[in-house]
Design a protein around this ligand. Structure first.
Ligand SMILES: Cc1cc2nc3c(=O)[nH]c(=O)nc-3n(C[C@H](O)[C@H](O)[C@H](O)COP(=O)(O)OP(=O)(O)OC[C@H]3O[C@@H](n4cnc5c(N)ncnc54)[C@H](O)[C@@H]3O)c2cc1C
Length: 311
């Protein structure tokens, strides 16, 4: 696909994702809803916890470790944040009861950080307390740049009392060179991503070779220290270089991590070769935004979506 067309398609899909009228139209139109749901199924564990447990069991039985996120973000009232927290707690209990191999991933803005820092901390502590009963990890996702400081503060605070906590770090932010030193000195696991959010000018490195180099430099620091980490990317070049680093340093505390529905074939090969692979599974009813985002970040996925709808 032509690069300019790729960018235009991506922008259009991002707008579609955020357009409330479009979302309402899809949710109220049964036929369209069912058609798009068929495309979404590739990327989600299910709409309900019960469906998702079955998806996780299938992935576990194929040898994949899973991390699971109940979809949602940017909650602006306490009641919804507390309800989301109860869902994560229920998920942690289900993991124990069903002997699933899954950790938890979450956005702090889903459990109250936009209401208050105190609410998010209290909810995160409740989730960590439940999760640590069966050694489940809780990994915090990283959001837009207006939230980075608060997320890192909460992470540092809660890590003092809950060792089963991890953080996501975005390689594309210039500030990460300092944040990275700081979090590498802490005991929690680190998920390394390139970074997904638009940032104000001058704060981030655009996609390209310079970013790949920075990303791989962070990956090398993680793998050479054998720091517990996930190298989360869908980029074949990053995968190839990461595997070389894993072999060079004999790293063991790592995962190559992907989202459900993306890079299936590549990861099957990595797993067969004995590399540690983790799949990020999302579930819930908010799949419309999630589907648009998967299409927006790589518009060629639209063709895959059409095949899923027709097939
Ligand atoms: C497990 C996981 C957790 C994440 N958590 C966060 C988070 O907390 N905060 C955050 O900001 N970002 C997060 N991200 C998103 C991340 O920051 C990137 O935006 C995303 O992974 C795309 O970057 P990339 O490294 O995969 O490759 P890019 O540099 O975007 O693309 C390189 C190549 O990878 C392939 N590729 C990329 N995306 C896709 C796709 N969707 N489908 C098919 N092929 C693709 C294509 O071949 C593409 O040319 C997460 C990603 C993963 C995998």
């Amino acid at each position: 696909m032509n690069k300019d067309l790729f960018i235009v398609a991506s922008e259009a899909l991002k707008k579609a994702a955020l357009n409330e009228d479009a979302k309402k139209f899809v949710l109220e139109n049964e036929k369209l809803f069912n058609v798009l749901k068929r495309a979404a199924n590739r990327y989600i564990g299910g709409e309900t916890l019960e469906e998702t447990v079955q998806s996780i069991k299938k992935l576990n039985s194929k040898g994949y470790v899973v991390t699971t996120d109940f979809m949602g973000e940017s909650i602006r009232n306490e009641k919804d944040a507390n309800e989301a927290t109860q869902e994560f707690i229920k998920f942690a209990q289900t993991v124990t009861q069903e002997s699933l191999n899954s950790s938890i991933s979450l956005d702090l803005s889903h459990i109250g950080s936009l209401v208050s820092k105190e609410l998010a901390m209290q909810n995160l502590q409740a989730i960590c307390t439940e999760a640590e009963k069966s050694n489940q990890e809780v990994i915090i996702s990283m959001e837009g740049t207006d939230r980075t400081d608060q997320i890192l503060d909460i992470y540092r605070e809660v890590l003092k009392s809950h060792k089963n906590l991890g953080i996501t770090i975005q390689a594309y932010l210039h500030r990460t060179k300092d944040d990275f030193k700081d979090v590498l000195g802490l005991s929690g696991s680190i998920r390394l991503v390139k970074g997904a959010y638009d940032t104000p000018k001058g704060l981030s490195i655009p996609r390209g070779e310079a970013l790949d180099e920075v990303y791989l430099d962070y990956a090398e620091q993680l793998l050479s220290h054998n720091h517990t980490c996930a190298i989360a990317s869908h980029d074949e070049k990053i995968h190839g270089e990461t595997l070389k680093l894993v072999n060079k340093y004999g790293a063991t505390n790592y995962y190559l991590e992907r989202l459900l529905g993306i890079c299936n074939e590549e990861f099957e090969l990595y797993k067969e070769k004995g590399y540690n692979c983790r799949i990020y599974v999302v579930y819930g009813k908010e799949w419309y935004l999630y589907l648009c985002n998967r299409w927006a970040e790589y518009p060629l996925n639209l063709f895959r979506g059409l095949a899923d709808i027709v097939g």
